[in-house]
Design a protein around this ligand. Sequence first.
Ligand code: NAG
Ligand code: NAG
Ligand code: NAG
Ligand code: NAG
Ligand code: NAG
Ligand code: NAG
Length: 242
Amino acid sequence: MYLSVLLVAAIGLASSASAQDIVYDSIHNFTAITGTWSSGSQHVVPGPGFANPAQETFQYPNTTGVGYSFSDDGWYEIARYRFASNATDPNCIIGTVVWAHGHYDLVANGSIILTPVGDGYQQVQAACAATSNFIQNYNFTELFVSWRIFEDPTFGPKLHLFQFDGSPVAPLFQVSTQPNMLPKQVLRNVTAQVVTTTSAGLVSTNTLAASSRKKRSGAAELQRPVGIVAGLVALAMLSTLL
Ligand SMILES: *[C@@H]1O[C@H](CO)[C@@H](O)[C@H](O)[C@H]1NC(C)=O
Ligand SMILES: *[C@@H]1O[C@H](CO)[C@@H](O)[C@H](O)[C@H]1NC(C)=O
Ligand SMILES: *[C@@H]1O[C@H](CO)[C@@H](O)[C@H](O)[C@H]1NC(C)=O
Ligand SMILES: *[C@@H]1O[C@H](CO)[C@@H](O)[C@H](O)[C@H]1NC(C)=O
Ligand SMILES: *[C@@H]1O[C@H](CO)[C@@H](O)[C@H](O)[C@H]1NC(C)=O
Ligand SMILES: *[C@@H]1O[C@H](CO)[C@@H](O)[C@H](O)[C@H]1NC(C)=O
């Protein structure tokens, strides 16, 4: 009986705490989230040096990582470049390059919601899959349940984003207090799609531009940067990336 009273009390505490709005003071965030943020060696930075949406091309950074920009008028842009190993065959490396932008919301409960405007795209290179290198639309709403900005004594402001399941994104360093981003409008025609089903049952929706380019020369080859093997994430299925 005591236990159930305690439980009720604990549940009451938890729900009253979560109903409270987050206070964006210097303990929660040492500085504002607006600006440009990048993980690791800070080579993956959104903006014109990363993606050319009209051409559906990328300029591949020298190292893998992720970058986010947030403007003070509610736009975000994301750049992601990573390699993962295939869990059933670790020699089959899957590379992905992602670009997307849209509107972000700092929700009063402390979460961030990123809602894309629909012109994002990604390149997937899966060495062992039937369709080994393609470009497709990428339009996913992202929820970060919480975020914090700490002051790193060496690197300055450090943004921590926690994904829907609570797992952290690699710490992001502030590259600039200004958001590095492409024009805040739809930058790519996504109406034209070519849907292909591979022998493995994988449905790939190649964009028309990528399909016609493929007939000529294929999507550009991703070159795995040296020295990243230790950082590989094991993925059970390619679908987790799509
Ligand atoms: C914390 O972040 C919010 C939202 O970006 C901003 O308005 C506020 O000024 C930030 N706090 C500090 C101490 O910079
Ligand atoms: C990659 O490294 C090379 C050689 O250091 C440099 O010239 C080039 O600008 C770098 N590219 C990017 C995108 O940082
Ligand atoms: C992209 O996703 C957003 C958010 O779910 C949605 O509102 C929009 O219609 C989508 N755009 C396209 C082209 O699918
Ligand atoms: C993963 O490896 C298996 C075994 O070689 C292969 O059949 C499958 O297509 C690979 N998947 C990807 C996404 O590379
Ligand atoms: C905050 O609110 C959003 C939108 O209602 C919701 O999706 C998210 O899960 C909430 N976050 C927390 C930590 O409860
Ligand atoms: C997008 O592409 C389709 C198919 O090529 C075309 O019919 C349409 O006019 C294009 N839309 C824009 C806004 O360029």
